[in-house]
Ligand binder design. Structure first.
Ligand SMILES: [Zn+2]
Length: 621
């Protein structure tokens, strides 16, 4: 019992039944959002906090009203006269905040949190000592609910490690294992009581965030306003000066429950639909590495939200969406298909089914700009190797962070996280060449998905129903072929960079098992050892942190940005920033978000670039 080190009550879906179990001292709050870390040892009277979480379930059962049409909510007409006093501004943004909650209440976006535990390294500063990964769908209705995409075994170090460490393995009290919303609670400041009777608002100054002029306010809970277990928002908000929407929230919740404290968060919104700024990025960080600090909790985490425009994805919805495969125009073909043609048609159908299904689950970006870059690289490999396939090779971006590639039929899929950390085009070519090799060698796995019944599953069980892992023999053969392809290609002279990247990955692999846990394809590393293209690992110079011009791998988030509304992926454009110390390199690390805010329709598209120095060095695109 007292073996717990930490208690983590991630998503407090506070319900009446939960409230009944509350110790009298803690007034339950209707505020459903709270992420609390409770310092050890947890006394037994702190237990109800997690019991409350466990029992908070019913609150989330209510489905929000209205059907999701797949279109943006209608913008609210901004016919109101412009506020002339700060008091009027406050009234306006309070009203807009409630309007946003209403507008998004029938949405179920994808929420991804990638977290790195930190430890102090004398040379590199705080470095990852372990990592955790969460992926699910969040119900933006009255209570925050979340369905998890990860299988139990996938959670491995990710979920269960988190529970075990932060909860001392006390699973029974912890239903939130499928609702790790703790990191996404700052999508709103206060879901139910964001108003003047509960908060003081103090105007600070005007400030530009990107292209958007903002009014900055400090927000503090009123002394007499009763504070629940969930705490009250305490921090700063940025309000754009046209429609007075909140575009950024930075702070924490207060007061902290006994033996506990709340995460600090920095939450950003993007103007993706007219009239609204939609929660997109949340950065969380805890940790103090100054001398003599006793509190050892230290982590940094990026939470990304996307897929606002996805269909709800519950079972009923799935069944109404049975897709009759589009009938192809057969006018050009007057004959029946030959056996080989039939086989290819079959594979094409499987490929199309899988791509369509992954896109609908919010896991795959629609075809777009990034694919052009990926396809150029694939073409370079094909042309120089005289590869002539009956069907063209296509590429798509998996929207998630874990480093992963796989192929289904003739489509190569590569994760956003992997594109982010690759230092140059040669490294991109290397990871793509492995999948191209599978295609060239005819290692096709997906044909069973030509049966449409195999596409009928709920979005959150995607990982249970799809899988594209090859047997070890095919992996070895693909690696061998890949190196052959690379050696014939324009990238042959740059394989040193690939070797360096693999060394950097190997150096961090034991600490980054969640980032290296794949969900659909073969992992790049198994048990902390790099498997993929390991013959290239010997190439290139030794890894040297002190060499500032040696950029072996980039931080996460530096290359690909996702439009949270329609899931489109595009390349980030960032200005080069000089690396001035080894600590600037941050290979495979998460960093704060610092998107350049812009109004929808303005020339500067919404974008997010991490506050990182290394993202641009050696850029290969
Ligand atoms: Zn493979």
């Amino acid at each position: 019992m007292r073996t717990w080190k930490w208690m983590f009550t991630a998503a407090l879906l506070v319900s009446v039944s939960a409230a009944a179990q509350q110790p009298s001292e803690s007034q339950p709050s209707a505020q459903p959002n709270a992420a609390v870390v409770t310092a050890a040892p947890v006394s037994s009277d702190a237990t109800p906090a997690s019991a409350q979480t466990a029992d908070g379930q019913p609150a989330s059962a209510a489905q929000p009203q209205g059907s999701q049409s797949g279109t943006a909510p209608a913008p609210t007409p901004s016919t109101q006269p412009a506020p002339t006093t700060m008091d009027q501004v406050v009234d306006r943004f309070i009203e807009r905040e409630h309007g946003l909650m209403k507008a998004l209440s029938n949405r179920t976006p994808v929420v991804e949190t990638y977290l790195q535990d930190l430890t102090a390294d004398p040379q590199l500063g705080p470095v990852p000592s372990g990592d955790h990964y969460f992926l699910g769908r969040m119900d933006m209705g009255v209570s925050v609910d979340r369905k998890d995409y990860l299988k139990d075994q996938d959670k491995g170090v990710g979920m269960q490690g988190m529970e075990t460490r932060l909860l001392g393995g006390f699973h029974k009290l912890y239903k939130v294992q499928y609702e790790p919303t703790g990191f996404s609670w700052m999508v709103y400041a206060d879901r139910t009581e964001f108003d003047r009777s509960h908060y003081e608002f103090h105007y600070i100054r005007r400030e530009f965030l990107g292209d958007v002029r903002c009014l900055v306010f400090d927000v503090t809970p009123k002394k007499n306003a009763k504070s629940g277990k969930g705490g009250r928002f305490l921090g700063r908000i940025w309000v754009e000066d046209q429609d007075f929407n909140i575009v950024r929230l930075n702070g924490t919740y207060a007061p902290a429950p006994r033996n506990s404290y709340f995460f600090h968060m920095d939450s950003w919104r993007l103007n993706l639909i007219p009239g609204y700024w939609v929660p997109a990025y949340i950065y969380s960080e805890e940790g103090d590495f100054s001398a003599g600090v006793k509190n050892k909790l230290a982590f940094k985490a990026q939470t990304r939200i996307w897929g606002y425009d996805l269909k709800k994805g519950d079972k009923d919805d799935e069944l109404t969406q049975i897709r009759v495969d589009s009938v192809k125009d057969e006018t050009a073909t007057t004959q029946d298909a030959s056996p080989l043609q039939a086989e290819r048609e079959w594979q094409q159908q499987a490929e199309d089914n899988v791509i369509e299904r992954l896109t609908r689950a919010g896991l795959l970006a629609p075809e777009g700009d990034v694919d052009h870059i990926l396809q150029t690289v694939v073409n370079n490999l094909e042309v120089t190797n005289n590869i002539d396939l009956p069907r063209p090779v296509r590429t798509r971006v998996l929207l998630t962070a874990p480093l992963e590639t796989f192929s289904v039929g003739n489509t190569i899929i590569i994760s956003r996280g992997l594109i982010d950390v690759l230092p140059d085009e040669a490294s991109l070519a290397a990871v793509l060449s492995h999948e191209l090799a599978h295609i060239v060698l005819g290692h096709n796995l997906g044909s069973k998905y030509a049966f449409n019944d195999r596409m009928l599953f709920s979005d959150d069980s995607t990982y249970n129903n799809l899988g594209f892992k090859h047997i070890p023999e095919e992996e070895t053969a693909a690696d061998k072929k890949a190196i052959e392809l690379l050696n014939n290609s324009p990238y042959a002279q740059k394989l040193d960079n690939v070797g360096l990247f693999l060394k950097a990955l190997q150096a961090r692999a034991p600490q980054l098992s969640a980032l290296l846990t794949t969900h659909l394809g073969n992992p790049l590393a198994e048990n902390g050892t790099i498997d993929r293209l390991k013959d290239l690992e010997g190439k290139g110079p030794a890894l040297d942190n002190n060499k500032l011009d040696q950029v072996a791998a980039l931080p996460l988030g530096g290359r690909v940005k996702i439009n949270p509304w329609d899931d489109k992926a595009e390349m980030v454009k960032t200005a080069p920033v000089a690396i001035t110390s080894a600590r600037d390199k941050m290979p495979f690390e998460v960093t704060p978000f610092y998107p350049r805010l812009a109004r929808i329709g303005s020339s500067t598209a919404p974008s997010a670039a991490p506050a990182t120095a290394a993202a641009n060095s050696n850029s290969g695109n």
